[in-house]
Design a protein. Structure first.
Length: 400
């Protein structure tokens, strides 16, 4: 699961960093490394550190191959969350929480992040440390910097990896991670490591691979830094009243929690929503026939960790059940099917011709595509939930 979610995160997080410059040929790799070394030295890295890290370095063709692959299908809510929130992962998360309760409670006091969320991130990112990746991080990020179009983003990640080597008493072979450079129990990119890593055990180095205190404290520090605030969960399942305006179920629409309550929205199980005025949104990840969720401000912090809505939902649902809460009550529709990237591209093109979609034709089923879907659903009299069912796709394709 970690490999899929991390790949999805990198794809989304770096879309805006794609440059127009051509992909470098392998013969230019050494020259590219020298440019990175020069920037690293400007940021205080001794040149000898870069020389040792780059000595004999060649591009990793497997990394280039993995980067060039695009997911063929957009995952459904049921498939993504079903894979992420398994009974085994819940049970293991509860076991790990009990084993580390003392330090997790201490960290909650310092950073405000509940222990079940740290366990949920850990479980989804690396299956509780079971798979952290075995790619050489410096080689991976240097390959992505010099052999793909995302040079700016990954050049910086390579510089930050060199800074880690310089400041953290590590060697390049010790620094291993995913094919895209994510490292350790929590899968931090080098830049995240440098900004948010914590030497909690005070042994003189930040070790996200072998020191759980460092890993948990770094994750807590990161979440606090990207917006986590104590007081509310990230999201909760809700029941919508009959006649609820589906066009209001959109992450771009925020209302005070009290406003949703006044519209008849209640927690799943029929309990009242919290009596707070925090801004919140309603999400229907599988359309109006599936579960509904209210997204509190902390959901944005989870999204800042990984820009996938389904990832953020999976973290929230897993955290709730690790803490002993109930599973999601409303099942997703059994006929909900993934859409191929080709289908989404065709859908975006057709919606663009109808002047309903004005963003990039990228084959990704993001918020802007769903907003365009909702507009067309309204036009043709379908429930405007922004969820493109096979029936919606068929009717859109019949549009002339």
């Amino acid at each position: 699961m970690f490999r899929l979610s991390r790949r999805f995160a990198i794809a989304l997080a770096t879309t805006s960093s794609v440059l127009a410059s051509p992909v470098l040929a392998q013969s230019d790799f050494a020259s590219c490394l020298q440019d990175i070394k020069a920037e690293a030295m400007r940021q205080g890295v001794d040149g000898s550190v870069a020389d040792r890290a780059f000595q004999g370095l060649t591009p990793d063709r497997k990394v280039v191959d993995l980067d060039s692959r695009q997911p063929e299908f957009s995952l459904t809510y049921a498939k993504y969350v079903g894979n992420s929130v398994s009974a085994d992962r819940i049970a293991r998360g509860q076991q790990r929480l009990a084993q580390n309760r003392s330090i997790l409670d201490t960290l909650q006091g310092q950073y405000g992040v509940p222990p079940q969320y740290i366990m949920a991130f850990w479980g989804i990112e690396t299956n509780y440390g079971g798979y952290m990746g075995d790619f050489l991080v410096v080689r991976s990020v240097a390959t992505l910097a010099c052999m793909t179009k995302r040079r700016e983003f990954f050049s910086n990640e390579t510089v930050q990896a060199l800074r880690i080597l310089s400041l953290n008493h590590m060697t390049s072979p010790q620094m291993r991670g995913s094919w895209a450079g994510a490292m350790g129990n929590m899968q931090f990119m080098p830049s995240t490591f440098m900004k948010w890593g914590v030497d909690y055990d005070r042994n003189g180095r930040i070790d996200l691979w072998h020191s759980l205190p460092d890993a948990f404290a770094s994750a807590s520090n990161f979440l606090r830094g990207i917006g986590w605030k104590p007081g509310l969960p990230a999201a909760e399942e809700v029941f919508l009243p009959q006649g609820f305006p589906l066009d209001q179920a959109d992450t771009t629409i925020e209302k005070p929690v009290s406003a949703w309550a006044a519209m008849g929205v209640r927690k799943a199980g029929n309990a009242a929503l919290p009596t707070v005025d925090a801004p919140s949104s309603i999400l229907l990840p599988a359309g109006f026939r599936g579960p509904a969720f209210i997204l509190y401000p902390n959901f944005k912090a989870v999204m800042n960790w990984n820009r996938s809505t389904l990832y953020a939902l999976a973290v929230t649902i897993l955290a709730q059940q690790i803490a002993g809460g109930p599973p999601v009550m409303q099942m997703p529709p059994a006929d909900d099917e993934p859409l191929s990237r080709e289908t989404v591209i065709d859908m975006q093109n057709r919606l663009a011709r109808l002047t309903l979609y004005t963003d990039e034709i990228d084959g990704l089923l993001g918020p802007k595509t769903r907003s365009a879907v909702r507009l067309y659903q309204k036009r043709i009299g379908m429930p405007a939930d922004g969820h493109p069912t096979p029936e919606f796709v068929r009717r859109l394709q019949q549009q002339r």
